[in-house]
Design a binder for this molecule. Structure first.
Ligand code: GDP
Length: 552
């Protein structure tokens, strides 16, 4: 396969949703139908393959974004018969973890937005949608739970339009809703799919049932109207009233262009739980969402210079990759998830982390499948992979060729909003607490850890109560530290101001806040908990504007 063909057959996608919309179930089904797992675990049994952390099983929610590789060969559409590689990043739905969502959005090329068809757009779907807008992520929508009593296709489509300000375009029509949900009309081809049982079997390419014909005609007309807005060929046929001449190929071409330019959001529906409509969704992912090569080149800057550079999604040229997720694994140690933007990255080579100025040897490279890991010698532009052996890399860092250093645009880190004080129960546990917090903060840029110089308390700042609760949980389950938790003794704002002051001093010492300054802040030793040293990190000169007067 030529290099350009290979990258055109990649889809790096995320599945984003309000909690409980069925994202985990859908991801499971996608992995089931892509042949990577053969027994689907239900979320409530705590057996889903993507959930890695024990507390995820306990809570039944997905917190981390695990990247999984699968393969799909569409039955219909422009890519019919051609195998594609679909890398799926599972994104958390709880609003406390929006930073995790942002992180995955940064490295995705497209997304499936999942909605509960009985609810339509819910508040958290709005938050996630806006984040995806900010990162310019092309999307398709999947109205899940069509089997549920109260499922309402029209209401859900309208809510996408009204509440998200998007232009949803139904490309399917459900045959029946709730317990009556028995099939779909593919409006592009004007053929029906009839489900057979709950094991994902269906009769393809059926005539549209007579009772659904009128409604299907109406929806197809709307589809043609939307397509005419983005495609000159369809527009011509539309204005001349030659609607019968609009072909499936015409509509597919227009839908792809409209999705890529983010003017349209194709809407599909189904029931992840009952394995209905998932294969058609996979076809749509491949047919409508972009390959890495469809998107503009990634931008970055040359460290120490004003110069901005762009790196095309091509295997040739110097490698550049972004670390978007860190995980600790009992068996293999620290795992760094990388999105390779350009070049070829080989196991065993030394790369530069221009953010820290350190060189790092890439030990091993692997693809994570749902049920196994696949070790590979090299990875290419467009790949999402896991790297082992990297020591000083933090979330948001770039790894690049030492001869052609680049710092890729990093991840937006929001200001923490909630703070908690933690204390070790004994001096012996203090070291473990330090180590645990150090690692957790390296994984998660939205977690800040510091010591209040006056009270000596270790303070955790995060995105929400659940976020910090999970941190405390992980201290216990992964590091065996039962931390005592309380409210901070000082006002959060004061602590932040003090911390910023120290960071600022440090930036000054290291020669001014560069656009990608990486600030390591040593706030210890603290009066209590002597020797507690913590590292904080500021990227993009992110000293909050409102605090600038306070630190001058
Ligand atoms: P997440 O929070 O978005 O990951 O949602 P989950 O996949 O954990 O699903 C939330 C709940 O909805 C679980 O109890 C699922 O079994 C249920 N669920 C998921 N998909 C469907 C569906 O298509 N139909 C119905 N009726 N229930 C579903």
């Amino acid at each position: 396969m030529s290099r350009s063909t290979r990258i055109e057959r990649y889809r790096n996608i995320g599945i984003m949703a309000h909690i409980d919309a069925g994202k985990t179930t859908l991801t499971e089904r996608v992995l089931f139908f892509t042949g990577r797992i053969h027994a689907t675990g239900e979320v409530h049994d705590g057996t889903t393959e993507l959930d890695w952390l024990p507390q995820e099983k306990k809570r039944g929610i997905t917190i981390t974004s695990a990247a999984t590789t699968a393969f799909w060969t569409p039955t219909h559409g422009r890519a019919a018969g051609t195998p594609h590689r679909v890398n799926i990043l599972d994104t958390p739905g709880h609003v406390d973890f929006t930073i995790e969502v942002e992180r995955s959005l940064r490295v995705l090329d497209g997304a499936v937005a999942v909605f509960d068809a009985s609810q339509g757009v819910e508040p958290q779907s709005e938050a996630v949608w806006r984040q995806a807008d900010r990162y310019g992520v092309p999307r398709i929508a999947f109205l899940n739970k069509m089997d549920k009593v109260g499922a309402d296709f029209d209401m859900s489509v309208t809510s996408i339009e009204e509440r998200l300000g998007a232009r949803p375009v139904a490309v399917q029509l459900p045959l029946g809703e709730g317990p009556e949900f028995r099939g779909l009309v593919d409006l592009v081809r004007m053929r029906a799919v009839l489900f057979e049982g709950e094991e994902g079997r269906y009769l393809d390419d059926q005539p549209v049932p007579p009772e659904a014909r009128e409604q299907a005609e109406l929806y197809r007309q709307r589809l043609i109207e939307a397509a005419a807005d983005v495609d000159a060929g369809v527009l011509e046929k539309f204005v001349e009233g030659r609607l019968d001449e609009v072909t499936a190929e015409d509509l597919e071409r227009a839908l792809r262009a409209g999705t890529l330019s983010r003017t349209l959001v194709p809407v599909l529906c189904g029931s992840a739980f009952k394995k209905k409509g998932v294969q058609m969704l996979l076809d749509a992912i491949v047919n409508y969402l972009p390959a890495p090569s469809d998107l503009p080149s990634v931008e970055g800057c040359v460290p120490g210079k004003e110069e901005r550079v762009s790196r095309p999604a091509s295997d040739a040229g110097p490698p550049a990759a972004l670390a978007f997720k860190l995980m600790n694994d009992k068996a293999v140690g620290s795992i760094v998830f990388l999105r390779v933007y350009s070049g070829t990255l080989r196991a065993g080579t030394v790369l530069l982390n221009p953010v820290t100025g350190k060189r790092e040897r890439v030990g091993r490279l692997m693809f994570m499948h749902a049920n196994r890991r696949e070790e590979v010698a090299e990875v290419y532009a467009g790949d999402i992979c896991a790297a082992l052996g990297l020591k000083g890399v933090r979330t948001g860092d770039t790894l690049s060729d030492p001869e052609a250093p680049v710092v890729l645009e990093s991840l937006g880190v929001m200001e923490p909003v909630v703070q908690l004080a933690v204390e070790a129960r004994s001096p012996a546990e203090l070291t473990k607490l330090e180590e645990g917090l150090h690692r957790l903060a390296a994984e998660d840029p939205s977690l800040r850890v510091g010591v209040d110089p006056e009270s000596g308390q270790v303070l955790l700042s995060g995105m929400g109560e659940l976020h910090l609760e999970v941190v405390v949980d992980r201290l216990l389950t992964e590091y065996g530290v039962e931390a005592r938790v309380g409210q901070p003794k000082v006002a959060y704002r004061d602590t932040l101001r003090r911390k910023v002051r120290q960071e600022y001093r440090h930036v000054r010492q290291t020669g001014g806040p560069g656009q990608y300054a990486h600030v390591v802040l040593d706030v210890g030793p603290a009066p209590r908990g002597a020797g507690l040293v913590f590292v904080d990190d500021t990227r993009g000169g992110s000293i909050p504007k409102e605090l600038v007067p306070a630190i001058q």
